[in-house]
Structure formats: C-alpha cells, structure tokens
Write a protein that binds this ligand. Structure first.
Ligand code: SF4
Length: 709
C-alpha cells in the first residue's frame, strides 16, 4: 500500500537482467521487508521467487567483514584497511616495475555497479596502462555485444520490454525465459492470454518455457543459424523483404542472402541439419513472415556458443531485411543474464572496449586519454576471460584482482583455473563472502566489499534502462563499497587527483560527461543529460532508458526504426556466416553433449540464494538432467549417482530423469561448487572453446561420457 511505499527505499533486484524495481523496508534488525515496486517500468510491482525471497538472504553469517591477508602458514590474519590497501598498491607497483603494466589484470563482474566498474576500468586502462580488464559478462552476453557491433556498428538493444506486451508473435531462442527471466515471461504470458499473441520456443531442451506456447522447436544444439538463414531465404522468396528499408539503411544483403542459401538451401536440408520436422519449420516461417509485429528474443543458448556472434547476426539479418526493428512490438531483443552486464558494457568493462562504448581506434584512445588526462593509456585490446586465465596459467599475467565473481566455478576448465589462480604472484579478491572456490585458491589479500542492500549506485537492465540500486542497510563490520576500495588503491599508486571521488554520484557524473565528450550523435551510448548531475538529483534518479543526450532527459524508448546506425555510413551491415557447427562433435568416447545453465530459484554460485530454504525447496542439490532413453542406454537410474567425464575433467552428480532433455544431451545446473558439494563443480567439465569474434566460451555443448558410480 502507499504507507509501505512511503517508508520503503526504492532499489533494484541484484539478480537477473530484467532489473526489477524493489521496495525495501528495513526492519531495524538488519533485515528488510521486500516488495515489487509498482512504479518501476520493468516489473510494475511483480517479483519472481528469487526477488521476493531477497529479505531472507540479508544475514551476515557467511560474510567477510574485515580485510584479511594470507600468512606464511597459509591461514588468514585480520588486518587494517591501511595495511591491506598498502599491500595491494605495493604489490602491484612491484610487479609493474618488474614485468611491465601488462602483467597485471582485473577480472570483474556483472554484479558490480556501474560506478565500481567505471573506476576499475579507468584505473587499469588509463593509469596503470594495461588493457587487461575483463568480466564474467564475457560468459554471459559478449556474443550479443559482438553481434550488435558487427551488424549495427554499436552495442545497442533497439527495443524494450513494452514490445513484449504489444508484439503479435514472440520467438524465444535458446532461452528458458520462464525460469531465467520470470517477470518478463509473465509479461509474455499476459500478452498471449489477453491479446492472443503467439509464442514460439526454439531450444534443444523442452523446458518450462515450452509449457505455455504455440510451437516448440527442439532443434539440434548448434543449428540456430541454419534455422534463421533458412528464414531469410523464406522471407525473400515470399516477397517480404522491405526493399526501401534495405536500400536506405543497410549494406551487404546480396552476399548475405547467397550465404544463407548455401547454409539453408531448402526445407529438407534445414530439417536434416536442425533435426526438426519440416512441417514445423514451415509453420514457424509462415508465422514469422505473416506477423509484422514480431519480437525475436534470445539468451544464453545463442550467446554461450562457439558461433554465438553468427547466431546473433543471423537473427538480426531477418529483422533488418524486413524493416522489423525499433517499432512497437517489432524487433530483435537480447535478454541479458546479469543485473549489470549492460552497465559494465557502458563503462568499457570488456577487454575489447575502452569506455562509454568506445573501442581501441586511435581517435577513441586519444579522446579518452584527453578526457581522463591519463598518463598511461592502454593502446590495444586486452585479453578476454578465457585467454586472461590462460595468461595467468602461463605466468604472463602475474597479478590479478578478482572482484565480485567466482571464476573458479564459472569459467570453463575450472580445475585449471583454480590452479592458475593459486600460482599468481599477487592474487587479490574483493568479496562479500568468507568462503567459495575462488577463495579456496588462496588469495594473498581478501577485501570485504559491500553487498546488495548496502551499496549504492546504478545498474542497467536488458532494455537499456538505468536504475538506481540504493543502500538501505548500514555497512557491516569494516565492509566498504568497491569504488572506494579501488580509489584508495589508485591514490596509493599516485593517481589520487583523478580518483578523488567522494561518492558514487561524482563517479556517475564523470561517466556521463565522458559519454557526451565529443559525441554529436556519433556514438550510441550518450547519457550527456546526466553529466554533472548533483548528488541530490542522482539520489532521486528515476529509471530511464539510454541514450539520454543533452536536451532529452526522458531518454529513448526505441532506436533504428528509421535507420541511423552507428556505422561510418550510418547503415547496418549484413554479413556472411560460417558453416554452422559445434566446437567439438560427439565421439564414441564422448557420445553426449553436456549443456549447462540455471535453475529457477538459484542465482550464480548461490552465495545469496543458498541462504533461503524456500529457494532450495525447488531444486536443492546438484544434479544431471538426462533423457530417459539415455538413462536406459547408459544404465542410469533416477536418484543414482553418475560420473560425467570428458577431456577436461569430471564431475559426479545425482541423476534426474527429464523427458524434456534432448536425447543425446545432458543438462547440469551451474550453481553448485566444490564448496557446497564436492565433485559438483560443473565448470571442471566444460570445454574452453570460444567464439572467434566475442571470445565467449561454448558452455552448452561439451562432448562427454556418463556412467553410473
Ligand atoms: Fe529479480 Fe530477475 Fe526475478 Fe526480476 S525477474 S525479481 S530482476 S530475479
């Protein structure tokens, strides 16, 4: 009711990229009552199971509350902030002096706030002089970033959530939306129930998302681009290409069509390559062709692939060729995984980006250098996540600072990652919790960072909407915000003048000014209207969709309906795809494809959702989902244990029979680690093969064996 809203603090959910508004009312005892914010455009008062259980996860029992340093016996001593920060700065200085700046790296996270991300990126790329800043967003949506940049010339999501309310057809590709973006799924269901929108689900697994739709296409893993190349051919043959849009606003169509015809020459070959029934494919094509208000939304099944960028491009091509982009109810739409994967992209948290969506062209390097007055600008792209950890293993990187993420669980080849981290000359971790698999690799310094409910800043959700996360609990123990920790280290490295920020609002205002610096509509990311924003205005900031250029404080709902892409010729660039195939095929030794992903009620490595018994009641232990036919073939029984093995590693998981699993495929949740159940760390059995454009690893198709134990 209104009484509650008056007492409540408006903040944003820390979990998925939907970015729901939350009303938090502190109870005065370290907890809070949680409700959905009816005024937030992402969720209009709704929350899913994870968001509504946030109040159950605020306890301090598992938190790290003081700076810690490893002692000679391998244990940890509590130290003061001064000692810890001096040790970080002195350690970095020594390695930079000995090995050069490129021997140090930061590995960041879509859990960080934009302000934290901004100062980390500024310190490394402008002042230390190393380009090696990457983030767990590399595992999440970097193929979408690369696909957007390749086709649009910029990393721009054209549409918004309202399109899901007013589309007549919604196509969900590689997404268990019902579990992973639940509040958006409810908006889609409402559209279907009230307006009769059709829903098509394209996913090798038949999931909860497929229970409420019009057509299910359980295609073979890795064949998404065959299906969408075939759609482009079908649209052409049906006379549905928007010639005016194509001629005015795009380039490269003819070669792209020729390439699509080679990949998907006819229905019979598309059926063969995708494993789908030809009638179902024809029904999908007819539906897409006949429905101008169509949203094609995708998530990790598209991104987490050795050809993720091609898959994204194949989808974008169909929308561009028909001019179905940037219109109410019409457009391609990337469903981002993490709460601030987008904010990280905006400040340049990816190794191949600089800041404010700028890249490593000489003009952009110089522009950012002048804006920062930076003494040591990075000159070229840095190492992406998997390569970065390879460089750690090979001792080309000697110092690594991990913030707000658990790479010893989430990166592929996770056993190798743990060993590499353990061998660093200087290993620093900023964390909320006292123990996890990355901490088990024994960092030299552990820095206690503020958690959700304590920290204060901005995040950007999947529809480009910037929202405030606001603190409503005091900082416990000696916990500090990430931005403060980074600025204190910067000061100790001699860069105090450029890092004298007193609060998040000053950082945000500088970030906004950089986005507008020498940007007369030439770049997509522009929040110039927020440059110099006062703390008062920042604290009252309402959710707004970028671009928010000077003179347009209401933001931007949609882009590209009338072209105006951010390529040099302002045209979208269609281009050819590689032959669709998996990074590695099944073999006699490894006859199954191991897929990984989320379950409904847990988030990442469960450091927060694991605290709620209610959330663990859904799926409470690590398991492997197996089709009953495969269970029979390999002698597996429901509830028995199985060993899943491949060239990279092995895990032991409990068998759960799933008729929705694709025969020949396995599915394992990503959430459990060696900390919560030994041998359940699925990353240990995931191959490190990556997309050539995005560097995103193929986390969904590692050839593997399974046997009962
Ligand atoms: Fe949080 Fe995502 Fe659920 Fe919304 S849908 S409440 S952002 S987890």
């Amino acid at each position: 009711g209104p009484g509650m809203a008056d007492a409540a603090i408006r903040t944003t959910c820390p979990y998925c990229g939907v970015g729901c508004g939350v009303l938090a009312t502190p109870d005065g005892k370290g907890g809070a009552l949680i409700a959905g914010d009816p005024a937030h455009p992402a969720n209009r008062g709704r929350l899913c199971s994870k968001g509504s259980a946030l109040g159950e996860t605020l306890g301090l029992g598992s938190r790290v509350l003081h700076p810690l340093m490893r002692n000679e016996a391998g244990g940890y001593d509590r130290v003061s902030w001064d000692i810890a920060l001096d040790a970080v700065a002195d350690g970095l200085k020594a390695i930079i002096a000995r090995e050069g700046p490129e021997a140090v790296a930061f590995y960041l996270s879509g859990q960080l706030l934009t302000e934290d991300y901004y100062v980390a990126n500024k310190l490394m790329k402008g002042f230390i002089g190393s380009p090696h800043v990457d983030t767990n967003s590399r595992l999440c949506m970097s193929s979408t970033v690369a696909g957007h940049k390749r086709v649009f010339g910029s990393d721009t999501v054209p549409g918004n959530y309202e399109d899901l309310d007013c589309a007549d057809l919604i196509v969900l590709v590689g997404s268990n939306t019902a579990w992973c973006h639940p509040v958006l799924f409810r908006r889609i269901q409402q559209n279907r129930n009230e307006r009769g929108a059709r829903v098509v689900v394209i996913d090798p697994r038949v999931t909860a998302t497929a229970e409420d739709c019009d057509l299910v296409l359980p295609l073979k893993p890795g064949s998404d681009s065959v299906l969408f190349a075939g759609l482009l051919v079908h649209l052409t043959e049906a006379g549905l290409i928007d010639q005016t849009y194509l001629e005015r606003h795009t380039s490269g169509f003819d070669a792209t069509l020729e390439n699509a015809r080679a990949i998907a020459p006819d229905l019979a070959s598309i059926a063969l390559r995708t494993g789908l029934n030809a009638n179902d494919i024809a029904a999908f094509y007819a539906l897409w062709a006949g429905t101008p208000a169509v949203v094609t939304a995708w998530s990790q099944g598209v991104n987490q692939s050795a050809q993720g960028t091609d898959k994204v491009a194949a989808i974008l091509h169909c929308h561009l060729a028909t001019g179905r982009i940037g219109r109410p109810g019409g457009g391609p739409f990337s469903l981002t995984g993490q709460p601030n994967a987008m904010g990280g992209r905006e400040v340049g948290g990816l190794a191949n980006m600089l800041a404010a969506h700028m890249g490593y062209t000489p003009v952009e390097i110089d522009r950012v250098r002048r804006f920062w007055n930076a003494p040591n600008m990075a000159r070229s792209e840095g190492l992406k996540a998997v390569q970065m950890l390879d460089a750690v293993a090979e001792k080309r990187i000697r110092a690594l600072w991990v913030m707000a993420t658990n790479p010893a669980v989430s990166l592929p080849d996770a056993d190798k990652v743990s060993a590499a981290l353990n061998g660093l000359d200087l290993f620093i971790v900023s964390e909320n919790v006292l123990s996890n698999d990355t901490l088990a690799a024994k960092p030299h310094i552990i820095l206690p960072a503020a958690a959700w409910g304590e920290k204060d800043g901005t995040v950007t959700n999947s529809e480009r909407r910037i929202s405030r996360q606001r603190g409503f609990l005091p900082l416990p123990g000696e916990v500090k915000p990430d931005w403060w920790i980074i600025c204190e280290v910067a000061r100790r490295l001699g860069f105090g003048a450029a890092f004298g920020f007193r609060n998040g609002s000053e950082i945000y205002a500088e970030h906004a000014a950089l986005s507008a610096f020498e940007n007369e509509g030439s770049r997509d990311f522009d929040i110039g209207a927020h440059a110099g924003l006062s703390k008062h205005a920042y604290d009252r900031l309402k959710p707004v969709q970028w671009p928010v250029p000077i003179g347009q404080p209401q933001g931007t709902e949609r882009l590209f309906a009338d072209g105006g892409f951010f390529t040099p010729d302002r045209r979208a660039k269609l281009s050819t795809l590689a032959i669709p195939e998996l990074a590695a095929a099944r073999s006699d030794a490894f006859p199954l494809l191991l897929n990984t992903g989320r379950v409904r009620d847990h988030w990442h490595t469960m450091t927060r959702t694991g605290l709620s018994p209610r959330l663990s009641a859904h799926i409470g232990e690590p398991c492997i989902f197996v089709h009953p036919a495969d269970a029979a073939r390999f002698g597996l029984a429901e509830g028995g244990f199985a060993r899943i093995a491949n060239a990279h590693g092995a895990v032991i998981l409990k068998v759960s029979l799933d008729p929705g699993a694709q025969p020949g495929s396995l599915f394992a949740p990503i959430h459990w680690s060696g900390e919560t159940a030994s041998h359940a760390r699925i990353g240990a059995a995931v191959q490190p093969a990556c997309d050539p454009y995005s560097g995103q690893p193929e986390l969904k198709a590692t050839p593997s064996s399974i046997a009962p134990v």
